[in-house]
Ligand binder design. Structure first.
Ligand code: TXA
Ligand code: MG
Length: 329
């Protein structure tokens, strides 16, 4: 059931659902989440079951503000505090040492916990109302079946989990790809997942260089196994191929038979009938906003393959490139 997220009565119904250990489709500024009380291990287990997600893959806990985050953390380094002050509410998740015995299931049993304070007004209203009721955070992975394309509308969420799930409608997500994740448990910021907030922005606030998670010279132990960092993820049903502009033009010339969809900056003038064309915006933020909806639309059209022009290897495009590369893996 989809309810308008701006209605106070809908938010009240959502608060009740969460308090009773139920699940909720929640809009955020990045993608829609499948939310449950982060402190209720049975409710969190229902998220893992609904998604078909392995139980040792940690979830992100969403909080109303930095104060609420202290209910989940055990010691927050100064540079992480600076990041909260600069970027919360907003699309930045921080991995921090976890308070023992709190949110064990949400953290997938790890000694750390991922925390984020979303900026979407509906998410904020919900989290503030929950905090007043003594619920300090909701665990919420993206509201899609494990490994599949993340949802950016309430209708996408309904398509994934059916009509029994209560979903707050917050409109299409403005961000479109999941939050940037920074691990703050290693004495310096480590980038686990690229998103709208770039390493340069993190560095500007912390005065610390951001380390890549595969930097074995700096990091001794690898990060825990986590869904968003698996090679294959965010995958539509159709096969995704990434190509540069020249290879894409050549492949279109040689095309025979297959139903193909193309998402590219430069679209060819003449293509066979069975080719579906969508122009990729040249602005990375706009492309990010459209990415998952475009992949879903191509799947709905029943194409065999999705051919995408690989965007430039520059920091503003890192989030979109990362999702595309995992979709194609
Ligand atoms: O934008 C987002 O972050 C969306 C919306 C719904 O807020 N949420 C989201 O949640 O993407 P989720 O649960 O799919 O992201 C989980 C990822 C894991 O795959 C992992 O990369 C990281 O967050 N993560 C969470 N807790 C962690 C931990 N304790 N240690 C390491 N990584 C962790
Ligand atoms: Mg996800």
């Amino acid at each position: 059931m989809i309810l308008p997220g701006e209605d106070a009565s809908a938010v009240a119904a959502a608060v009740e659902r969460i308090r009773r250990g139920g699940l909720l489709g929640l809009p955020t500024e990045t993608v829609y989440g499948l939310a449950a009380d982060a402190a209720n291990d049975a409710a969190v287990a229902a998220i893992f079951a609904a998604k078909g997600r392995p139980a040792d893959h940690p979830l992100i806990v969403h909080v109303a503000d930095a104060q609420a985050a202290t209910h989940f953390t055990a010691g927050v380094p100064d540079f992480a505090r600076a990041l909260m002050a600069a970027f919360w509410p907003g699309p930045l998740t921080l991995i921090l040492p976890r308070r023992p015995d709190v949110a064990v299931a949400a953290a997938g049993g790890h000694a750390s916990v991922g925390l984020r304070c979303p900026s979407h007004p509906v998410a904020r209203a919900l989290l503030q109302a929950l905090a007043q009721a003594g619920v300090w955070g909701v665990a919420a992975p993206s509201a899609n079946q494990f490994g599949r394309v993340s949802p950016t509308t309430a209708q996408h969420v309904q398509g994934e989990f059916g009509d029994d799930l209560l979903i707050l409608d917050g409109g299409p997500c403005a961000g479109g790809i999941e939050s940037t994740i920074i691990d703050c448990t290693r004495g310096r910021p480590v980038l686990l997942r690229p998103g709208a907030i770039t390493p340069a922005q993190v560095q500007a606030v912390t005065a610390l260089a951001v380390v890549a998670q595969d930097d074995r010279q700096v990091l001794s132990a690898p990060a825990p196994k986590a869904s968003g960092t698996l090679a294959s993820h965010y995958a539509p049903r159709a096969r995704v191929r990434l190509m540069d502009r020249v290879a894409l033009q050549q492949a279109l010339k040689e095309l025979s038979g297959q139903r193909v969809a193309v998402w590219a900056h430069a679209l060819p003038d003449a293509v066979p009938d069975q080719v579906l064309l969508r122009r990729m915006p040249t602005d990375p933020a706009t492309a990010a906003r459209q990415l998952f909806a475009v992949l879903r639309e191509f799947d709905a059209q029943g194409v065999d393959q999705i051919w995408v022009e690989l965007p430039p290897d520059t920091p503003p495009w890192a989030g979109v490139r990362d999702r595309l590369q995992r979709a194609a893996a």
